[in-house]
Design a binder for this molecule. Structure first.
Ligand SMILES: [Zn+2]
Ligand SMILES: [Zn+2]
Ligand SMILES: [Zn+2]
Length: 134
């Protein structure tokens, strides 16, 4: 007998599971990129790394989306942007939201924008996500 650790839908699930080995509706962690669902966060995370691997060719770090990977490359591995940022104060930090055109001078400005405009949680790993990835 499978132990699911869930109370709701229990009776229905057990009936179904005899025929359907992998019943996606009863799982709870959802991949943000393709909508697939997983029983645990760890499964979901390893799926994201495997299926949506956006890894940096320069440092092998893995990022949650292609857009974030591009931001990482610009912010960490682009010496021209780095120079522009330092010498001319150019806004080289882009918003995490792909459809948003906002640009910023630094992590701090971007963090404020993401919290205020896009309702990101305060404890989101704002700096980590584009520097060390997931
Ligand atoms: Zn996925
Ligand atoms: Zn890198
Ligand atoms: Zn934005």
């Amino acid at each position: 007998m499978r132990k699911r650790g869930r109370e709701e839908d229990k009776d229905n699930d057990e009936e179904e599971n005899r025929r359907v080995v992998y019943k996606t509706q009863s799982l709870k962690e959802k991949c943000l990129y393709c909508g697939l669902e997983f029983g645990t966060y760890l499964h979901c995370e390893s799926h994201i790394i495997m299926a949506h691997q956006n890894s940096c060719t320069a440092c092998d770090k893995v990022f949650p989306s292609e857009h974030i990977l591009y931001l990482h490359i610009d912010e960490v591995h682009n010496p021209i942007l780095e120079l522009k940022r330092k010498s001319r104060g150019v806004k080289t930090f882009r918003c995490f939201v792909e459809t948003c055109d906002a640009q910023f001078h630094n992590h701090y400005e971007r963090r404020l924008h993401l919290i205020q405009k896009h309702k990101y949680p305060h404890d989101y790993p704002f700096v980590q996500i584009t520097t060390t990835g997931i």
